[in-house]
Design a protein around this ligand. Structure first.
Ligand SMILES: Nc1ncnc2c1ncn2[C@@H]1O[C@H](COP(=O)(O)OP(=O)(O)O)[C@@H](O)[C@H]1O
Ligand SMILES: [Mg+2]
Length: 152
């Protein structure tokens, strides 16, 4: 498993930007890890890489936020509230097969809906308040290449 240690928030945003620049329509990224682990912070960086001018906010109360003003649309989903089911009713395939990039926080609740190719990133807090450990699980050659480009 490829992993990266990021010692501050800016490094997580920079990583998101670097990955965001390489994304194409239909890409799906799934992010897991505890509250405060850095999933939304990483997504802010992705949005920079997608040239989205808007400020990315946590979509917890709406489940899906759509950003249409970048190089590609970004569909940012936080499915935390689906812990008791309901993922099949969201119509996720339409987002996943669509013209944009889908990012799902708390992806364990939508496991059954995922496409064949996707990039899973697990975020872990550490003893240091500002340090996060990221583990990458790429599925498909496109995401293999992206992970290779960001791990040393
Ligand atoms: N290396 C780091 N990477 C990401 N966030 C960090 C880091 N160090 C500190 N933080 C802080 O941790 C918090 C992460 O929050 P957030 O990205 O909303 O997490 P999540 O979406 O996983 O719940 C933010 O307050 C951020 O400033
Ligand atoms: Mg979040």
């Amino acid at each position: 498993m490829e992993s990266l240690t990021l010692t501050n928030r800016e490094a997580t945003i920079a990583l998101g930007e670097k990955i965001g620049r390489q994304l194409v329509a239909g890409d799906v990224l799934v992010l897991d890890g505890d509250l405060g682990a850095g999933k939304t912070t990483f997504t802010k960086g992705l949005a920079v890489g997608l040239e989205i001018p808007d400020i990315i906010k946590s979509p917890t109360f709406t489940i899906i936020h759509e950003y249409q003003d970048g190089r590609l649309p970004l569909y940012h989903m936080d499915v935390y509230r689906l812990e008791n089911g309901g993922a099949e009713d969201l119509g996720l395939e339409e987002y996943f097969d669509g013209d944009g990039v889908s990012v799902v926080e708390w992806a364990k609740y939508v496991e059954d809906e995922l496409p064949a190719d996707f990039l899973a990133i697990h975020f872990k807090r550490t003893d240091d308040d500002n340090t996060r450990l990221l583990e990458f699980a790429p599925h498909g050659t496109h995401f293999d290449q992206i992970v290779k480009s960001v791990v040393k």
